[in-house]
Design a protein around this ligand. Structure first.
Ligand SMILES: Nc1ncnc2c1ncn2[C@@H]1O[C@H](COP(=O)(O)OP(=O)(O)O)[C@@H](O)[C@H]1O
Ligand SMILES: CC(=O)OP(=O)(O)O
Ligand SMILES: [Mg+2]
Length: 403
């Protein structure tokens, strides 16, 4: 079976086409700047040269059409007809409390995703556009949605409730949901395999450090706490997001600076984090470069980022009364040995001992970066959310066929 995986954002759409027989990626790519003056489609087929196409793509329906067209293109494509795509799996960031696992898309499921627009205004409307765009272009294909929140539905109320009036939870479902669950789930499985131990025997802290960043405490293979909350703003300092701040800063700043709700939201989501402190960039590569050139603000941004991450790791070790494995994943976690070294430097009291050589080695494989004697094992595990989405999609569609 061929499964197309789609991660639709507000102005971008990433895709991967899988052949599920061997779980191979046949093609992958992304459409960027949807709805802007010139959109860019980048398409890659393993072993062939990357294709870049600049044109006007005004909406997600057109974006999916372009993706389908290039997949069947005689020169750049990998399929002879579009009906070879038998199922489409979508990443959906917010599944609220309704979805504890992936599901086949039905009218009820779509209604529920719409109901959750309020809780993930940057993400869910874009995912819904992706789903509708597939309906328009591939009308007879089964669609599956895989939620970032699903893996975290095992958290106990002590972890997911906020100490605010309970009526807000009852009326509006204000609670911690957590995100990047597909990634935390995938890397914890991979880590257990690498260790050769069942998940039931290990306490893990998984650090997904990309553009968005979150930490999860995983006990017996289940998420027991995670740093993102009602929305993907809480927790760690990120590229452009503040992470944890005193909530009183919101009304105080609104008052002093005469900001509207949407302005303060934009300040915390898009103009904070590494970008705000460094004044340079939200990209960790540029921060590290700035540090090396002696830029004090870049150094401060890096130090704050590390300090806040280290505090979460300590907190989650306490939350689980122990820690056996620390995992780094996603763009920064997989690629920045500097970040990993700095985080671990302050965690020797826990029994973490990093192997400098192993930490510096570059590889696409899951690997140890701690010394043999390190009491807590430290791993780098490349994430693969798309593969988990493809697997869930395949499994659900197979099940539906047999039913
Ligand atoms: N070699 C590197 N060193 C430091 N950071 C890196 C490196 N390569 C990528 N990154 C960081 O990874 C981030 C993207 O991570 P990624 O997980 O792909 O994010 P997302 O999926 O949220 O878009 C970039 O913003 C960049 O800061
Ligand atoms: C939920 C979230 O923050 O996702 P991303 O890291 O893709 O922005
Ligand atoms: Mg990501």
């Amino acid at each position: 079976m061929k499964v197309l995986v789609i991660n639709a954002g507000s102005s971008s759409l990433k895709y991967q086409l899988y052949d599920m027989r061997e779980e191979t990626v046949m093609a992958s790519g992304r459409v960027e700047r949807i709805g802007m003056d010139s959109s860019i489609l980048t398409h890659e087929v393993p072993g062939r040269q990357e294709v870049r196409d600049v044109s006007e793509i005004l909406d997600h329906v057109t974006a999916v059409k372009r993706v389908v067209d290039i997949l069947v293109d005689p020169q750049h494509g990998v399929l002879s007809a579009i009906n070879e795509i038998q199922a489409v799996g979508h990443r959906v960031v917010h599944g609220g409390e309704s979805f504890k696992q992936s599901v086949i898309v039905t009218p009820e499921v779509k209604l529920e995703i719409r109901r959750l627009f309020d809780l993930a205004p940057l993400h869910n409307p874009a995912h819904m556009m992706g789903i509708s765009a597939v309906e328009a272009n591939l009308p007879n294909v089964e669609q599956v949605v895989v939620f970032d929140t699903a893996f975290h539905q095992t958290m106990p109320p002590t972890a997911y409730l906020y100490p605010i009036p309970m009526v807000l939870y009852r009326r509006h479902k204000i609670r911690r949901y957590g995100f990047h669950g597909t990634s935390h789930h995938y890397v914890s499985d991979q880590a257990a395999q690498l260790l050769g131990k069942p998940l039931s025997e290990v306490k893990m802290v998984s650090c997904h450090i990309g553009n968005g960043a979150s930490v999860t405490a995983i006990k017996e293979g289940q998420s027991v706490d995670t740093s993102m909350g009602l929305t993907p703003l809480e927790g760690l300092m990120m590229g452009t997001r503040s992470g944890d701040i005193d909530p009183a800063i919101v009304p105080f700043t609104m008052n002093k600076e005469e900001l509207t709700l949407s302005e303060v939201n934009s300040m915390l989501n898009k103009h904070s984090g590494l970008l705000a402190i460094s004044g340079i960039s939200s990209d960790m590569r540029e921060i590290v470069q700035g540090m090396d050139e002696g830029d004090k603000n870049a150094q401060l941004a890096f130090d704050m980022y590390v300090y806040r991450l280290r505090k979460y790791i300590g907190a989650y070790a306490a939350a689980m009364n122990g820690l056996d494995v620390l995992i780094f994943t996603a763009g920064v976690g997989e690629n920045s040995d500097r970040l990993r070294a700095s985080v671990c430097e302050g965690l020797t009291f826990l029994g973490i001992e990093l192997d400098e050589e192993l930490n510096k080695k570059r590889s696409k494989e899951a690997r140890y970066i701690s010394t043999e004697n390190s009491r807590i094992k430290v791993l780098v595990v490349p994430t693969n959310e798309e593969l988990l989405i493809a697997r869930d999609t395949y499994a659900l569609v197979q099940q539906a066929k047999q039913a």
